[in-house]
Design a protein around this ligand. Structure first.
Ligand code: ZN
Length: 345
């Protein structure tokens, strides 16, 4: 067995962040718009790497906005969802939990229910073909401000959907205070919640969302490593860090794999899960994140499987789905085995 054979879960991924350069070109053509100049070079997204965290973040945000600017209709959401889920399932992913943004849907000209219907169509096709399961986290953007967040929360609350099981917050962790977003989390009134913290901002941002917004699952949380007391507190409450190594390296939260706390978190007993974040922009996929964990952090197959077990145990799903996923985790025949020469008829 290798990392490729381990059943996987992608626990931190933004739908628009999965749009590949090939898909950008396809949608631009279909929607009769041009691909923004300089966005794609040699088949990959080119964003300025000036070697600083701020410069990289700026380049990334610009590329993200440019790439998503070609999305114009419901069919685009269906295609992006299917494309991401199919590729992930082919790498052994059994479950994906995706951040969706009503704000981005609106930019593509879709209402929230239209966006959800389109995503659901893509999911149903992928699920039928591969068995992959998916849930959605309706997500507000912190730097758009508390009022915009409350709008997203109200839309989410007023349009309940069986696949939307959580509310989340992405964007600039330094914008506003956590307390400013309490009304949004309360208004969404969903059973599960997560928030980005401890990536661009330090340990205090983790405490902030934990204590004010009652968060137990954290987008990133990696900078908690700077504060041993915080790590202990987080362990005590069973905190779940959604760790996205490639994202952290690309955006210079850590200078290299050796400096990254993934292994330390796991060894300290934190309930680590993995995510691809914005895979198309960071040249990654959930399969690659598991591979990196094995190759650069020394995770055995059993330890990787434990990470997937953590994910299923902490997934924003009902008990029946959780039981089904746990059963799959223990029995799944992975794609590389299915396609092994001996299995060919
Ligand atoms: Zn993220």
């Amino acid at each position: 067995m290798t990392a490729a054979d381990v059943p996987k879960a992608d626990m931190h991924v933004h739908l628009e962040g999965t749009i590949t350069p090939t898909m950008v070109q396809k949608l631009a053509k279909r929607n009769n718009v041009s691909v923004p100049a300089g966005l794609i070079e040699d088949g990959v997204f080119a964003w300025d790497d000036d070697g600083t965290a701020a410069g990289n973040l700026k380049g990334f945000v610009q590329a993200y906005d440019d790439a998503t600017s070609v999305m114009k209709c419901a069919e685009d959401y269906t295609d992006i969802t299917y494309d991401y889920l199919k590729r992930s399932a082919d790498e052994g992913c059994i479950y994906a939990e995706i951040f969706i943004s009503a704000d981005h849907g609106k930019m593509a000209g879709l209402t929230y229910p239209e966006m959800l219907a389109a995503i659901t169509r893509g999911y149903e096709k992928a699920k039928q073909e591969t068995g992959i399961e998916m849930r959605l986290i309706s997500t507000c953007v912190r730097h758009y401000g508390p009022e915009a967040a409350l709008r997203v929360a109200k839309i989410t609350h007023d349009n309940p959907h069986p696949l939307v099981t959580g509310f989340g917050m992405a964007g600039d962790e330094n914008a506003h205070t956590a307390a400013d977003f309490k009304p949004a989390y309360d208004a969404a009134a969903l059973p599960f919640r997560t928030a980005h913290a401890g990536e661009a901002a330090g340990p205090e941002s983790v405490r902030d969302v934990r204590d004010v917004l009652n968060i137990r699952r954290f987008g990133h949380m990696v900078r908690a490593i700077d504060d041993p007391l915080l790590v202990e507190e987080q362990k005590k409450i069973g905190a779940v860090p959604e760790v996205c190594v490639s994202s952290n390296i690309c955006l210079k939260a850590f200078k290299d794999y050796a400096a990254h706390p993934l292994r330390k978190f796991f060894d300290l007993g934190l309930k680590v899960v993995l995510g691809s974040d914005d895979p198309a922009f960071f040249g990654t996929s959930i399969g690659r994140e598991y591979e990196i964990a094995q190759k650069h952090f020394g995770f055995s197959d059993d330890e990787l499987k434990k990470i997937t077990r953590n994910a299923v145990e902490e997934a924003f799903v009902d008990d029946a789905t959780r039981a089904r996923l746990l059963a799959r985790l223990d029995q799944d025949v992975q794609p590389s085995q299915k396609h092994a020469p001996a299995a060919r008829g």
